[in-house]
Ligand binder design. Structure first.
Ligand SMILES: Cc1cc2nc3c(=O)[nH]c(=O)nc-3n(C[C@H](O)[C@H](O)[C@H](O)COP(=O)(O)OP(=O)(O)OC[C@H]3O[C@@H](n4cnc5c(N)ncnc54)[C@H](O)[C@@H]3O)c2cc1C
Length: 307
C-alpha cells in the first residue's frame, strides 16, 4: 500500500472545502493498517480516519499528519442457520447504502431505515447514526477494532462501544474500526420487496427535507433534556433545529460562501465558493444567536479537523 503525500482533501468531503493531507493512505488488509500506523509512529505524526467526509469540516490549512481512509469494503454473511436472525460483517470503508443494498439483495432487512445517509460503516459506528427512533447500536453485535498505538486488533462486543446519542468509544481517538457485525432479519420475498420500497421512499423523503450536497447534515447536536427547560405540550423541546428556526435564519444568514440551508435550519451549505473558515464562522454566529436568545450554546455534531 502506497503512502502518498500532499493529497487534497476538499474533493473527499461533503462540504468540498479544506486543505491537503500531509500523508494519505487507503488500507484494505490488517497488514495495510499496521504499516500505515508504523509509518505514523516513525514520522511521529497524528492520525486521522476519514470515511466519506459527510460529517467533518477540514481546516483550510489541511491536516498535518496521516489521513487514513479505510478501503476494506467487503460485506459477507457470517452466520446463517435457518433462523430469522442473520449476522453480516461489513468492512469499515463500506458505504452505508452499499451495505443496505447488499442486505436487501440477500432478503435481510432492518438497516434500510438508514437509507440515504451518506457515509461509511466506520463513520456510522463512530457517531452511532440515527434516523427517527432507529439507532445503529440496535443492530451492532460485535466488531474488530485496531489500537492506534500498538496496531493490535481486538474483537469487541456492543457493550465495549458505550454507545449513546452521537457517541461511541471511538470518540476517544485511540481506536480504528476495522469491521463490524450486524444482526439483520431474514424475511421472504414479499417482505423484502416492501423493505426495498421503504428504502426508496425514505431516500425520496430525505431529498425533499435536506440539502443533498456541500453540507455535513446536522451541524449541531440536539440538546439533552436536562440542558433545557422549554416545553411544548409538557415535553422538553430538545431539537436544536426548532430553536434555530425560531431565529429566522433559515436561508437568510450567511458568511462568505456559507449559508444556513433554506430546507433545514441546522444545516449549513457551501454555495460552491465557501472556505472552511466561512463555515466555521457561520457556525459560531449561530451558536452566539442561540446563546443570546435561549442562554444555551449548541454543541457541534460536525467533527472539526486540523483547526
Ligand atoms: C446530507 C447529509 C445528511 C445526513 N443525515 C444524517 C442522518 O439522518 N443521521 C445521522 O446519524 N447522520 C447523518 N448525517 C451525518 C453523516 O452521514 C454521518 O455522521 C456518517 O456516519 C458519516 O460517515 P463518514 O464515513 O462520512 O464519516 P466522516 O465524516 O469521514 O468521519 C466522521 C468521524 O468518524 C470517524 N471515523 C470514520 N471512519 C472511522 C473508522 N473506521 N474508525 C474510527 N473512526 C472513524 C472520523 O475520524 C470522524 O471523526 C448526514 C450527513 C449529510 C451530509
Amino acid at each position: 500500500m502506497e503512502i502518498k503525500e500532499n493529497i487534497p482533501l476538499n474533493n473527499k468531503t461533503w462540504f468540498k472545502t479544506g486543505g491537503a493531507a500531509e500523508y494519505y493512505a487507503e488500507p484494505v488488509s490488517t497488514d495495510d493498517y499496521k504499516s500505515a500506523l508504523d509509518f505514523a509512529h516513525e514520522k511521529n505524526c497524528e492520525v486521522f480516519l476519514l470515511g466519506c467526509g459527510a460529517n467533518v469540516l477540514i481546516s483550510d490549512d489541511g491536516f498535518n499528519g496521516l489521513v487514513i481512509k479505510p478501503s476494506n469494503t467487503n460485506c459477507e454473511i457470517i452466520f446463517a442457520d435457518n433462523d430469522e436472525d442473520i449476522l453480516v460483517r461489513a468492512g469499515a470503508g463500506t458505504e452505508i447504502q452499499n451495505f443496505i443494498n447488499f442486505c436487501l439483495s440477500s432478503n435481510l432487512t432492518g438497516f434500510e431505515e438508514f437509507s440515504g445517509i451518506p457515509g461509511t460503516i466506520g463513520g456510522a459506528v463512530f457517531i452511532n447514526i440515527h434516523y427517527f427512533e432507529f439507532l445503529l447500536s440496535d443492530f451492532l453485535i460485535s466488531a474488530r477494532v485496531i489500537n492506534k498505538s500498538t496496531g493490535e486488533i481486538n474483537e469487541v462486543s456492543r457493550e465495549w462501544f458505550d454507545f449513546g446519542y452521537d457517541k461511541s468509544k471511538l470518540h476517544d481517538g485511540n481506536w480504528i474500526l476495522f469491521d463490524a457485525v450486524f444482526k439483520l432479519k431474514k424475511v421472504d420475498d414479499i417482505k423484502t420487496a416492501f423493505a426495498k420500497g421503504r428504502s426508496v421512499e425514505i431516500i425520496r423523503h430525505r431529498e425533499n427535507r435536506y440539502p443533498t450536497e456541500r453540507t455535513c447534515g446536522s451541524f449541531f447536536q440536539n440538546f439533552s433534556p436536562d440542558e433545557i427547560n422549554f416545553e411544548i405540550n409538557g415535553k422538553k423541546q430538545i431539537h436544536i433545529a426548532y430553536y434555530l428556526d425560531k431565529l429566522g435564519i433559515k436561508g437568510e444568514l450567511s458568511i462568505g460562501g456559507a449559508h444556513v440551508s433554506r430546507k433545514h435550519a441546522n444545516m449549513i451549505e457551501n454555495d460552491g465558493t465557501a472556505t472552511s473558515a466561512d463555515i466555521l464562522n457561520l457556525a459560531k454566529k449561530m451558536q452566539e444567536l442561540v446563546k443570546g436568545k435561549y442562554g444555551i450554546v449548541p454543541k457541534l455534531e460536525c467533527q472539526l479537523i486540523g483547526f
